[in-house]
Every structure is written in structure tokens, then in C-alpha cells.
Ligand binder design. Structure first.
Ligand SMILES: Nc1ncnc2c1ncn2[C@@H]1O[C@H](COP(=O)(O)OP(=O)(O)OP(=O)(O)O)[C@@H](O)[C@H]1O
Ligand SMILES: [Mg+2]
Length: 247
């Protein structure tokens, strides 16, 4: 994917077109994805998941997550944005594989993997996930199985807050694997709050603010990095102001 574009706001009064970031996207015409890794950062509710999900739907993934061959649905909650997003690709550069990971519905993906694996007519699926059903691994273990065993070269990977499952060590392991996959021609779009993942070399960090402004920022200026760094430099100062009313 080289660019996403939203040419019109089809239903201005209805979610997701009411979101400032969606209006911002329409105003700017589009969002370029110039690097193999693009991070989306911004405060809670700024619309990162809405955007990642719409990109996934536009790229042909199941809205609840999984690979392009997953078609299950437990509760349709996706917005119609994906139907109106236009993705531009580099000619002749179709991804060979891919995955859409939503932290909040990976449980349903795991159930679908087990169901598909029991189908005698299909090749076994579990080896691609490290050999153990994600239901029998911890949250973080199952995520690392996915990136280590299932993700591969020349893939398109859309991840929504992968750090939700991961320890600091786990984030570092994921970062190392992401780097390896990028060197093997894969592309990632990742919504994250993790200052560790954001340190991925040569990534573009797209920051969304509450008014829908979309800007590219350097690592040191990305909000999760700047705020975490300031907090860790002097936690007591933050706690003093946070709890000032308790006294
Ligand atoms: N199905 C829905 N219907 C109506 N509004 C929704 C729906 N899903 C999300 N929203 C609203 O859209 C806004 C953006 O949500 P979204 O999940 O994209 O935010 P986010 O940037 O991913 O936040 P977070 O960092 O908390 O994951 C939120 O204010 C949310 O309440
Ligand atoms: Mg989100």
C-alpha cells in the first residue's frame, strides 16, 4: 500500500464520518504510506482502530481479523469506511500473504483457527501458528507465535495495538521480528501506544490529534514517547499533580 484516499464523505452525520480524523482524511485527500512501517498514534478515541479496520476491509481482510481467507463473523461492528477507502499499490507488487490483528477479537480468530484445523478436507493450519492452538497459549505467547510462525516475507500486516498482549521483552521480540520481515519485503501498518514499538528504524509515525489533524512526527515528538519519557524522568511529580485533590 502506498496511499489511502477518501474521496468523499458519503454520510456526514453518521459514524465514522462524524470522526474528526475521517473528515481530516477527506480534507487532506489522502494519507501517504511512504515507509514499510507506518505507525498510527494518538489519544484514545482519535480513530486509529477505525482507520486500521477500514484499511483492512479495503485490502480484503475479514473485519474481525485474520488472514484474507478468514470469513467468519461473530458481531458485525465494522464501519462502512473500508468500502469508501481507495488503496493505491505499487504496480505489480501484490502482497503474497497478510494478516489483520485486532487485539480485541483475537479470541474469535483463535476459535476460527481451531475450527478450520478440524476440517478433514483442508491442510492442517496449526503448524503455521507454531503448532499449538492460540487458545492454549497465553495472550502474549499466542501473539508472538503469530508473528514468528505465521507472518512471512512480502506480506501486508495490519496490527491494532499488538502491545496489548506483550511484556516489555515481548515488545522487543516483536520489534526484532518486524524488522526481519521488513527486510524480507513486508509492510506493516500498526496502531500503537508503545514507545518501544515506535522505535522501529525507518518507520513513519503518523500522529492524529483530537481535532482530526494528521501529521507525520519524529520519534522524540510522538506523544507516547514524549509523555512516557517525561513520566519516567520524574514519576513523583506526575503523581503529585494527579493526586493533588486527594489531600
Ligand atoms: N461502531 C461504532 N459506532 C459508533 N461510534 C463508534 C464505533 N466504534 C467506535 N466509535 C467511536 O469512534 C471513536 C474512535 O474510536 P476508535 O476505536 O477508532 O479509537 P482509537 O483511536 O482506536 O482509540 P484507542 O486508542 O482507545 O484504541 C470513539 O470515540 C468511539 O466511541
Ligand atoms: Mg483502538
Amino acid at each position: 500500500m502506498r496511499e489511502i484516499r477518501l474521496d468523499s464523505v458519503p454520510e456526514p452525520g453518521v459514524y465514522p464520518y462524524t470522526l474528526p480524523v475521517v473528515q481530516g482524511l477527506a480534507r487532506h485527500g489522502g494519507l501517504e504510506l511512504p515507509s514499510p512501517v507506518t505507525f498510527l498514534v494518538g489519544d484514545n478515541g482519535t480513530g486509529k482502530s477505525t482507520l486500521v479496520e477500514a484499511m483492512a476491509v479495503a485490502a480484503g481482510f475479514n473485519a474481525e481479523g485474520g488472514s484474507q481467507s478468514f470469513g467468519f463473523s461473530t458481531r458485525a461492528s465494522e464501519s462502512s469506511l473500508g468500502e469508501h477507502l481507495v488503496l493505491s499499490r505499487v504496480a505489480g507488487n501484490r502482497p503474497r500473504t497478510g494478516y489483520f490483528l485486532r487485539a480485541e477479537s483475537f479470541y474469535n480468530v483463535a476459535t476460527e483457527i481451531e475450527r478450520l484445523d478440524q476440517d478433514p478436507g483442508s491442510p492442517p493450519l496449526l503448524p503455521a501458528y507454531g503448532g499449538v492452538s492460540p487458545h492454549e497459549r497465553s495472550h502474549g505467547e499466542s501473539f508472538l507465535d503469530l508473528v514468528v510462525h505465521r507472518f512471512g516475507p512480502k506480506g501486508l500486516y495490519l496490527l491494532d495495538e499488538p502491545e496489548a498482549a506483550l511484556s516489555v521483552h515481548g515488545c522487543l521480540a516483536a520489534l526484532s521480528r518486524i524488522r526481519e520481515l521488513v527486510q524480507a519485503g513486508s509492510q506493516f501498518v500498526i496502531a500503537t501506544h508503545s514507545p518501544i514499538l515506535l522505535a522501529c528504524p525507518d518507520a513513519t509515525i503518523v500522529q492524529i490529534d483530537t481535532s482530526g489533524e494528521i501529521e507525520t512526527v519524529e520519534y522524540d515528538d510522538a506523544e507516547p514517547v514524549a509523555l512516557t519519557r517525561a513520566f519516567l524522568a520524574d514519576p513523583q511529580r506526575y503523581l503529585y499533580y494527579l493526586f493533588a485533590d486527594d489531600a
